[in-house]
Design a protein around this ligand. Structure first.
Ligand code: 26V
Length: 819
């Protein structure tokens, strides 16, 4: 094994001892009667001990040092499992494997018992987890702040082809990686009134008196970097009632009323919002946002001032990154702390706030842009609403002073939206309150400048910058794909583990050698074999590991166009049926992904995938040329099984709508070839990997925009001109795949004919042709595997280490380890 070969026997003995002590004293079991789960817990606790030694030291060093500290505020951290991640970053993987095997325990088996920490919906949450790992690796002192949801993203069960949501219970057996910190608890207020009164100097000051208070209690998880001594902290807040039981009410016989406040308070950290971009706006969501922002700002302010630092020095010592607008209320909260609690005047407070905060935008979809009704804000956060009005007034005054009177412009840059009932625009608040605003790919950043923030960008032309996303190679290459990693180490040397960004490039020369290509193909074949076993175990379905694995896994959303892929699947099916002599490359179409529970159309698309799967897989005339699989409950762990086994990665969003994508990078890193549109980070991947090593097709963002602007959303011509598309649409809408309910998809298909906002029809033929190019290349194995290796060789730039270095340099102004 490449990651840390031949373990030292004394290290093995120490690890064994650590496991056995924890098994006995923390789990309370004897090796003879320990179940697998007991072993998992003991191993996790033993691993945690190694982290904690360095952690305490790092924390103390940070507390003493004057180094600038980064705070990453995010409502989501999509972590997945941690055992292998932690062991591998600590350099203990082989030590642990050996120690356990000497105890008669298989690490491979027990690692599967760890539940995924699924505290996120998708890309945004997973990015936060990758960033935490990279910041630790780069020795950047950092805290992640979020919510310790009792229930993470729902578990998806497929019943009769439909998505059903079941509560997720990752904490059932406790979380061995966390440490409760009852001493780090803060009070967070809601509601009430604001009183104006003069302070000692006769200056009018505002005092907010909330009617409700909730306690935020810290739970810390150590974050270890790759082969570094420093350990950062992910601090997640749990909501508790200030007073758990109202004794007077209880004694008066009102037993339920006595605990009602507890239930209300604790509901804040009960569950992660399962929507990724459907209409936001629930009161509980705003309570979650303010809850974690208020606790985090109190905590970081206490750490800052506790070092004897001056409040005016905040931006020199502290950088706060807002992960989307979810923590944007931090702008008003930091102002409130500085004005009301510290007594600063407005202009100083504003200067410090803007210099400390920065904001990342992750979507341009209108339905995902947060705004809160003014009435709700006034009721829940009256002082913040006053501050927002004041920020707005100063802002508009400043523009007028610069002789800007254009009414349309003033309306568009205002913090208050007046059109659909009065609402606070959180995007504008985050923009104004930050010194830096960034997009997550070059194209997305350009579109931010041209669309949502067009006018604000004109007023502040230097504020928006691009920071193209990346992924951590430790998880998405070393841990996910040890066999490929071993190949890389054997071929390129051990240094590839520490410097993959540059060293992976050397793989290009080896792509010319047939022996290395064969080994590259063999490791893929093995990963496909393992995935085939998983599919058979979970679905009772056999797939051929020698077929082309064509993979489309991500949240289910119209803009991600699973429907386009399904129509291609149908067309392929018809092609095979219509022509018994057709020589097709055998293919397995693999789908996985969750739909927001309230997103009816996305759930129908899941049902369609399952209907097509059932029909195609049962049809003997298909002759093994096509299989369709929908694997339930897509999560980080499933992604880790699927990605190394993919030959083809589907990244086919409507151009202009996918801000970046990050699975595109993970697939390419593992050598899958991408079929995709020029959207998000695909554009930059194409520049580096070369268009000859990808299958690019379809309308470009500007063309999509032009068609929408011209109102060309009816697709009668496109359909008439493509017999293949026409036939596929007809089959789906007439019930070929849903004989039990022939009308099931009629409306869905009709909407494509009349209002195809996601350009499925106009891109269909181009997509078909690109898929034909895929087949042609697959038939030439030496060319396919060369292209595959070039993908791995050329995606080094998409490491989250590179992304974090850019944030550190351009936004946070913090030095990176070793600098
Ligand atoms: C919005 C909402 C609104 C309703 C309540 C719950 C909720 C949760 C999340 C979101 C934001 C969705 C934005 C998002 O996930 N964007 C993705 O960010 C990735 C990392 O930058 C990027 O790769 C994806 O392209 C982008 O879709």
């Amino acid at each position: 094994m490449a990651l840390d070969s031949i373990p030292d026997q004394s290290a093995v003995e120490i690890f064994k001892h650590a496991v056995l002590t924890r098994l006995r004293y923390a789990v309370g079991k004897d090796p003879a009667d320990a179940f697998d789960h007991d072993w998992f817990e003991a191993v996790a606790l033993a691993t945690s001990k190694y982290q904690v030694d360095n952690w305490e030291e790092t924390t103390r060093a940070i507390d003493r040092s004057a180094r600038k500290h980064v705070y990453y505020l995010s409502l989501e951290f999509l972590i997945g499992r941690l055992l292998i991640d932690n062991l591998s970053n600590l350099g203990l993987l082989e030590v642990a494997r050996q120690a356990l095997s000497e105890l008669g325990v298989d690490l491979e088996r027990i690692r599967l018992l760890e539940p995924d920490a699924a505290l996120g919906n998708g890309g945004l949450g997973r990015l936060a987890a990758c960033f935490m790992e990279s910041m630790a690796t780069l020795d950047i002192p950092a805290h992640g702040y979020g919510i310790r949801y009792e229930h993470g993203l729902f578990k998806q069960v497929i019943g009769d082809g439909w998505q059903q949501e079941h509560t997720e219970t990752w904490l059932d057996f406790g979380n061995p990686w966390e440490f409760e910190r009852p001493e780090s608890a803060y009070s967070v207020g809601f509601g009430g009134s604001v009183y104006s009164e003069p302070d000692a100097n006769g200056v009018e000051r505002q005092r907010w008196e909330p009617v409700e208070r909730v306690r935020a209690v810290a739970y810390d998880m150590p974050v270890v970097g790759w082969r570094t001594a420093s350990v950062n902290t992910l601090r997640l807040w749990r909501a508790r009632a200030e007073e758990t039981l109202k004794l007077d009410r209880f004694n008066a016989g009102d037993h339920l009323g006595a605990v009602a406040d507890t239930v209300r308070a604790e509901s804040i950290s009960r569950v992660l919002y399962p929507a990724d971009s459907t209409e936001a706006g629930q009161e509980l969501r705003l309570r979650q946002e303010y809850f974690f922002v208020a606790a985090s700002l109190q905590d970081l302010m206490q750490r800052h001032l506790g070092k004897g630092e001056d409040v005016y020095g905040l931006p020199e010592r502290v950088a706060i990154q807002l992960n989307d607008t979810h923590p944007a209320i931090a702008v008003a909260e930091l102002m409130r702390l500085l004005l009301d609690e510290r007594g600063l005047d407005w202009s100083d407070a504003w200067e410090l706030t803007v210099a400390t905060l920065s904001y990342t935008n992750h979507t341009l979809l209108p339905e995902a842009l947060e705004s809160w009704p003014v009435g709700l804000m006034e009721r829940l956060l009256p002082r913040h609403m006053q501050i927002i009005y004041l920020i707005n007034a100063f802002h508009i005054d400043a523009l007028r002073a610069k002789d800007i009177h254009d009414f349309a412009l003033l309306r568009s840059v205002s913090l208050i939206e007046e059109d659909h009932g009065r609402r606070v625009r959180m995007g504008n608040l985050a923009f104004l309150g930050s010194h830096s605003v960034n997009g997550v790919s070059a194209l997305h950043t350009e579109l931010m400048r041209e669309t949502v923030f067009r006018d604000l960008h004109r007023l502040y032309p230097n504020r928006i910058s691009n920071k193209t996303n990346g992924v951590t190679f430790r998880r998405w290459l070393f841990q996910t794909n040890p066999e490929l990693t071993e190949l890389l180490v054997d071929t390129l040397g051990d240094d590839v583990l520490d410097n993959p960004e540059s060293r992976l490039r050397d793989l290009a020369a080896h792509a010319e050698k047939s022996a290395v290509r064969q080994r590259f193909a063999q490791q893929r074949r093995n990963a496909k074999q393992r995935l085939a076993v998983l599919i058979e175990e979970r679905l009772g379905l056999r797939v051929d590991p020698d077929a082309l694995f064509d993979v489309h896994v991500k949240r289910i959303h119209e803009y991600k166009r699973q429907l386009l892929n399904l129509l291609h699947t149908v067309a392929l099916y018809q092609d095979i049926r219509n022509d018994p002599t057709t020589e097709r490359v055998p293919r397995v179409k693999i789908f996985a992904g969750k739909a927001a529970p309230s997103y009816v159309l996305a759930k129908l698309i899941i049902k369609l995938a399952n209907d097509i799967s059932r029909t195609v897989n049962a049809d003997p005339t298909v002759r093994g040329l096509l299989k369709v699989v929908f694997i339930p409950n897509y999560n980080v762990s499933l992604a880790e099984s699927i990605i190394p086994a993919a030959d083809l990665s589907e990244q086919i969003s409507t151009a202009g709508l996918e801000a970046s994508g990050t699975s595109n990078m993970k697939f390419a890193l593992n050598g899958a070839l991408t079929i995709g549109t020029l959207d998000g980070a695909n554009v930059e991947m194409c520049e580096r990997i070369g268009p000859e090593n990808m299958f690019i097709f379809g309308l470009k963002a500007q063309q999509v925009e032009a068609r929408k602007r011209a109102g060309e959303l009816a697709m009668h011509n496109e359909i008439a001109e493509s017999p293949r598309l026409q036939e596929a649409l007809m089959a789906v809408s007439s019930g070929v795949f849903s004989p039990d309910d022939p009308q099931r998809y009629t409306a869905l298909i009709d909407s494509l004919r009349h209002d195809d906002r996601f350009m499925v029809c106009p891109d269909f033929d181009a997509y078909w042709d690109a898929q034909e190019r895929v087949e042609q290349l697959w038939r030439k194995p030496s060319r396919w595997w060369k292209a595959s290796m070039l993908n791995t060789a050329r995606v080094g730039w998409f490491s989250s280490d590179r992304t974090i270095r850019e944030y550190a340099q351009d936004i946070w102004q913090v030095p990176v380890g070793g600098e």
